[in-house]
Design a protein around this ligand. Structure first.
Ligand SMILES: [Zn+2]
Length: 312
C-alpha cells in the first residue's frame, strides 16, 4: 500500500519552500522557488497548484499544509495581512486550494507553524509552556501556554518584537520607539556592527549575523563589544517574558541561533543576571533543531490533525 503524504509550503517574501512529508513525519522531498514578484493573486495559487499536481503524479497526497508569512486566520485559511508580499493580503488561500484539489488544507502563520513543527519533531517535544522566537530581519515570536498556541482574540497575540525595552529608543516600523526587535534582531546586530566599524573609518557594506559571530570567536574587538550589547538586549527582552510567563523553555531560531553553542550559552548566563534568582534554572534557552524546515513540519502536523491522523 502506498504511504499517504502531505504537500507542505512555507511561503515567505523571497522564497517559497515546499516539501513532501509522509504520514509518519518523515520529510521525503524538499525544494524551493522564488516568490512571484507581481500579480500575486493569480501567480501564487497557480504556482502552488502546479507543484501539487506534479507531486500527485508520483505520490499519494492526503492533504495540503501552508505555513505563510503575515497575519493568518487559521480557521478560514485567509491571509488577513502581509507587508512582505505585495497584494497578498486578503487572499483566501485555504479556500482556493480546497476548491482546486478537494483535499483538506491548513493555513497558519509561519512563526506559529515553525513553533508547532518544533513541538512535534524538534526542540520542544513534550513541553507545555514555551516561548519561541526567530531572529532575522525582525523578531517573530509565538507563546505556548499549557500546550496551546496563544492566538489572542484577533490572531494578533505574541508579538514580542514590538514590546519596548528602551524608553524613547530607536524608531520602529510599527510606529513606536525602542522596540525589542530594533535591538535584538539579526538586522539590529548587523547595523550596529556596521555603524561601529564606520566610526572607526572601516567601511563595511554587507555582512551577515553569522559572520559577525565568527569575528567574535576570532577576538575582533568591535565585533565583541557589539555582540555583548546584543546579548544584553536579547536577555532584557527575554527576562521580561520569564517574569511574565515563567516558561519551561525558550527556543530561538534563525541563522545565528544555529551558529553554535556559545551564543545560546551567553544568553542563558545573561538572563540569570536579569531575572530574580527564584526564576533561575540550569538551562532555559535552547536553539531550534529543525531550522528552515520547522515551518514545513508545522504545516504538515496541522494538516494531519485536520485529517484526524493525530490524537494530541
Ligand atoms: Zn515596533
Amino acid at each position: 500500500m502506498m504511504v499517504e503524504n502531505i504537500v507542505c509550503f512555507d511561503i515567505g517574501g523571497t522564497f517559497i519552500k515546499f516539501g513532501l512529508i509522509n504520514r509518519d513525519g518523515h520529510l521525503v522531498y524538499k525544494d524551493k522557488v522564488p516568490t512571484p514578484k507581481s500579480n500575486i493573486q493569480k501567480l501564487l495559487p497557480e504556482l502552488l497548484a502546479e507543484k501539487i499536481k506534479k507531486l500527485q503524479n508520483d505520490f499519494l497526497i492526503a492533504g495540503i499544509g501552508i505555513s505563510s508569512c503575515g497575519l493568518v486566520n487559521h480557521e478560514t485559511g485567509e491571509i488577513l495581512f502581509s507587508n512582505n508580499i505585495p497584494d497578498y493580503s486578503g487572499m483566501k488561500l485555504g479556500e482556493i486550494l480546497f476548491n482546486l484539489f478537494k483535499l483538506p488544507v491548513s493555513v497558519e502563520n509561519d512563526v506559529k507553524s515553525a513553533c508547532i513543527g518544533e513541538m512535534w519533531k524538534g526542540a520542544i517535544q513534550g513541553k507545555k509552556d514555551v516561548v519561541f522566537l526567530t531572529l532575522g530581519t525582525g523578531i517573530g515570536s509565538t507563546i505556548i501556554i499549557d500546550g496551546k498556541i496563544v492566538s489572542g482574540s484577533r490572531y494578533l497575540a505574541g508579538e514580542l518584537g514590538h514590546t519596548v525595552i528602551i524608553n524613547n529608543g530607536r524608531s520602529c516600523g510599527c510606529g513606536r520607539r525602542g522596540c525589542f526587535e530594533r535591538y535584538a534582531s539579526t538586522s539590529a546586530l548587523v547595523s550596529d556592527f556596521i555603524d561601529e566599524k564606520n566610526k572607526n573609518s572601516e567601511v563595511i557594506k554587507k555582512i551577515s549575523g553569522e559572520e559577525i559571530l565568527a569575528l567574535v570567536e576570532e577576538g575582533d574587538s568591535i565585533a565583541t563589544a557589539v555582540y555583548k550589547n546584543f546579548i544584553n538586549y536579547i536577555s532584557i527582552g527575554l527576562s521580561n517574558i520569564v517574569h511574565l510567563l515563567n516558561p519551561e523553555a525558550i527556543i530561538i531560531g534563525g541563522g545565528i541561533a544555529e551558529q553554535g553553542d556559545r551564543f545560546i550559552q551567553d544568553i542563558n548566563s545573561e538572563i540569570k543576571k536579569e531575572t530574580m534568582p527564584i526564576y533561575h534554572q540550569e538551562t532555559l534557552v535552547f536553539p531550534s533543531i529543525l531550522g528552515n524546515d520547522a515551518g514545513l513540519y508545522g504545516a504538515c502536523y496541522l494538516t494531519l490533525k485536520k485529517l484526524n491522523y493525530l490524537h494530541v
